[in-house]
Design a protein around this ligand. Structure first.
Ligand code: SAH
Ligand code: DHB
Ligand code: MG
Length: 222
C-alpha cells in the first residue's frame, strides 16, 4: 500500500459519496491562487466533519485554524439557518481568502472569522460572553494543542464533541523519542484527552490523499 493507492481510493470514495461540489472546488482553486498551503482536510474528511456536526445536531461550532475556510464551509453547511460557526485564524491573509470563500458558499451570516493568535481570540471570546459550543474542531498550530484543549473544555457543555486533526503525523506520535514540537503537541492532545475526566475519547489512524495521519475525537461527559 502506498500514497498512490490511498489517493486513488480517496478519489473513488469522494466520487461515490459526495455530490459534485462546485463551491468547494472553487474554494480550493482560490486558496491555491492566493498561495495558501494545501493542508485543508480532504473532501471525505470534510464530509466526515459535516456528518459529525449533523449527528450531534450542532447549532454552534468553534473552529481553531481556518486556513481558506474549506473545513469551515463543510461544518457550517451542517448548521441550521440560525446556527453559528466561529473560526479563529492567525493570518489576516488566510482569513481574508476564507471570508471570500465563505461568502461565495452563502454562509456569510453563519460564519464569524476572528483574526489573531487563537489563544488571544479565545480569551476575547470569553470576555465577550460567547456561549458554549456543540462541536469544536482543533486544527491550528500543533504546539498549542494542549492550550487549545483546555480552552475547548471551557467552551464545552455535556455533549460537546471535540475533534483534533493531525494526531498521527506519519506515526511519529507513538515514537516517544520524537521531540518535534508539533509532534509533541499532537501527542499531548491525545494523552490529555485520555487523562481528562470530563472527556471520553478515542482516536483513529487515517490514510488518504493527505498521507498517513488521523483524528482524535472526544465527547464531553461532565
Ligand atoms: N482547518 C483548515 C486547515 C487549517 S491549517 C481546513 O481543514 O481547511 C492551520 C491554520 O492555522 C493555518 O491557516 C494557520 O495560519 C493557522 N494558525 C497557525 N497558528 C495559529 C495561531 N496561533 N492562531 C490561530 N491560527 C493559527
Ligand atoms: C499541516 C497542518 C495541518 O492542519 C494539516 O491538516 C496537515 C499539515 C502542517 O502544518 O504541515
Ligand atoms: Mg489539519
Amino acid at each position: 500500500m502506498n500514497q498512490e493507492t490511498w489517493t486513488a481510493v480517496d478519489e473513488f470514495l469522494a466520487d461515490a459519496l459526495i455530490a459534485p461540489d462546485a463551491v468547494q472546488e472553487e474554494t480550493l482553486r482560490r486558496n491555491a491562487a492566493e498561495g495558501l498551503p494545501a493542508i485543508d482536510v480532504s473532501p471525505v474528511q470534510g464530509k466526515f466533519l459535516y456528518l459529525l456536526a449533523k449527528i450531534r445536531g450542532a447549532r454552534r461550532i468553534l473552529e481553531i485554524g481556518t486556513l481558506g475556510g474549506y473545513s469551515t464551509i463543510w461544518m457550517a453547511r451542517a448548521l441550521p439557518g440560525d446556527g453559528r460557526l466561529v473560526s479563529l485564524e492567525f493570518s489576516a491573509k488566510h482569513a481574508s481568502v476564507a471570508r471570500e470563500n465563505v461568502a461565495r458558499a452563502g454562509l456569510r451570516d453563519v460564519v464569524k472569522i476572528c483574526v489573531g493568535a487563537a489563544l488571544d481570540s479565545l480569551a476575547a471570546l470569553e470576555v465577550e460572553g460567547e456561549e458554549v459550543f456543540d462541536m469544536i474542531f482543533i486544527d491550528a498550530d500543533k504546539p498549542n494543542n494542549p492550550e487549545y484543549l483546555k480552552w475547548a473544555l471551557r467552551f464545552s457543555r455535556v455533549g460537546t464533541v471535540i475533534v483534533g486533526d493531525n494526531v498521527i503525523r506519519d506515526g511519529r506520535v507513538a515514537d516517544l523519542a520524537d521531540d518535534d514540537e508539533r509532534v509533541v503537541g499532537s501527542r499531548r492532545l491525545v494523552e490529555m484527552m485520555g487523562e481528562e475526566p470530563r472527556i471520553d475519547a478515542t482516536a483513529l489512524q487515517t490514510v488518504g490523499q493527505k498521507g498517513y495521519d488521523g483524528f482524535a475525537i472526544g465527547l464531553v461527559v461532565a
